[in-house]
Design a protein around this ligand. Structure first.
Ligand code: COA
Length: 215
């Protein structure tokens, strides 16, 4: 772990730099290619999308950044099943993504139906400025929140969008569960769970009961 990284709660004052960190960090990769194949459109939509995601996180979740604003983690306590695809949210996606909205809606629906119901914290987004990746900053943000979760005795859940970040999460105590394969030649998404170890030192994935949609 990188001990020189300072982690602190993010505030409204961090919004500008952190939207850029999210939009640029998520710009590359199989999920981004699937969501918005055109790179220019992707950049435009991603800045709008992550402005909304960050604002939502600041209002309803727990958002952490580093002293130099080079990274951001957006966590949501999910202590009971929470409706996410509300009509208001779907309308916002239409406004933000325009012609690309159906894929965002499909992605969120597929994530939502397989979301565990056990109380946990959900890591919706973790992003490090592309110029600062591979220096232990992402690991420092994860470790910081895991420490809090361990004190509370709470598990963590996330969806990993490629093999490389899947490896990062495995190293941080997550177990990979049933995958999600996005249609029309979309990428594989790995559902990851970090629970309390059982008697054999394993952290089994919670049983999945597909959830009913909320809209
Ligand atoms: C994934 C990410 C948050 C990790 O933060 P980081 O500070 O670069 O990572 P650390 O230095 O703490 O740890 C290095 C590990 O992170 C992962 N990683 C690093 N860069 C990555 C990238 N561009 N894409 C995916 N994973 C990456 C790898 O597992 C790497 O270990 P490896 O070199 O053995 O493969 C960061 O790279 C990032 O923002 N990537 C793009 C957005 C993303 O994929 N976010 C996670 C969504 S689930």
């Amino acid at each position: 772990m990188n001990n020189t990284v300072t982690v602190r709660p993010a505030t409204e004052a961090d919004t500008g730099p952190l939207i850029a960190v999210l939009a640029e960090a998520f710009h590359e990769g199989p999920l981004a290619d699937w969501l918005i194949p055109d790179s220019d459109d992707r950049r435009t939509v991603y800045y709008r999308y992550f402005r909304d995601a960050l604002q939502h996180g600041l209002e309803h979740g727990q958002v952490h950044t580093t002293g130099d604003q080079s990274a951001v983690a957006i966590w949501y306590p999910r202590l009971e099943p929470t409706p996410t695809n509300t009509r208001e949210h779907l309308e916002a996606l239409e406004r933000i993504a325009g012609a690309y909205a159906p894929k965002f809606v499909l992605l969120e629906e597929m994530f939502d139906v397989l979301h565990p119901e056990e109380p946990h914290h959900y890591l919706a987004y973790l992003a490090v400025d592309p110029q600062r990746q591979n220096r232990g900053i992402g690991a420092a943000l994860l470790t910081d929140h895991h420490r809090r979760l361990d004190q509370l005795g709470l598990p963590a859940y996330l969806e990993a969008s490629n093999m490389r970040n899947r490896r990062l999460y495995l190293r941080h105590g997550y177990t990979a569960g049933r995958t999600i394969v996005l249609p029309t030649e979309g990428p594989i998404i790995w559902r990851m769970w970090r629970g309390a170890p059982d008697a054999n030192g394993r952290t089994p994935f919670p049983p999945t009961r597909p959830r009913r949609r909320s809209v």
